[in-house]
Design a binder for this molecule. Structure first.
Ligand code: ZN
Length: 187
């Protein structure tokens, strides 16, 4: 290769580098101006957050539930753990109100639920409970949550249930039917 060719190649390379840096700069600027909206349904466990993301395109019911929480003043953390009473998932009577947000926690027992689609069904069921609570703006702490459910879904036990949450879970189960067959169940 002659010096001339080398020079042209080098110039072209530098030009491409500048173009690439301009493009990436524009992309970075676009992200600064318009950051992707952070969902109000969150998890510190990356595998749970990724599972919700993967499930959303397959389940209109799950999408509706997450969109409803996103449009509310609630922020829900989905955490792995164990629920009282031997249930596989629960919405503990725990709420913190801070900065105009109401924080709640969904607990899912991954070992009991076993497969990804069962986890999503359980998360959707509990999200329906979250929306039931958020719908009452006077519920601002765990004690009021307890009295809310005692009033709206009384049972003889310390656990509460609503038909809407059962229906939400069943809908998600049905919507994930194809996905359930494609994704093998974990042992
Ligand atoms: Zn329930």
């Amino acid at each position: 290769m002659t010096a001339h060719h080398r020079h042209r190649t080098c110039t072209l390379y530098v030009a491409l580098l500048i173009l690439a840096s301009c493009l990436s700069g524009r992309r970075a600027l676009a992200q600064e101006v318009d950051p992707p909206p952070l969902s109000r349904v969150r998890s510190d466990d990356p595998s749970i957050a990724a599972l919700i993301e993967r499930g959303l395109p397959h389940s209109p019911t799950l999408r509706r539930l997450v969109a409803s929480v996103d449009a509310s003043d609630g922020i829900v953390h989905v955490a792995p753990g164990v629920c009282p009473g031997g249930v596989a998932a629960c919405l503990p009577n725990w709420m913190i109100s801070s900065g105009g947000n109401r924080f709640m926690r969904i607990v899912i027992d991954r070992r009991r639920l076993g497969s990804d689609w069962r986890l999503l069904v359980a998360i959707g069921h509990e999200l329906q409970h979250v929306l039931e609570v958020l719908d009452d703006r006077f519920v601002t702490d765990g004690r009021k949550m307890f009295f809310f459910y005692q009033q709206h879904a009384p049972t003889l036990q310390a656990q509460f249930e609503t038909q809407a949450a059962i229906r939400a879970g069943l809908s998600i189960r049905k919507e994930l039917h194809v996905w359930r067959r494609a994704v093998p169940t974990r042992p």
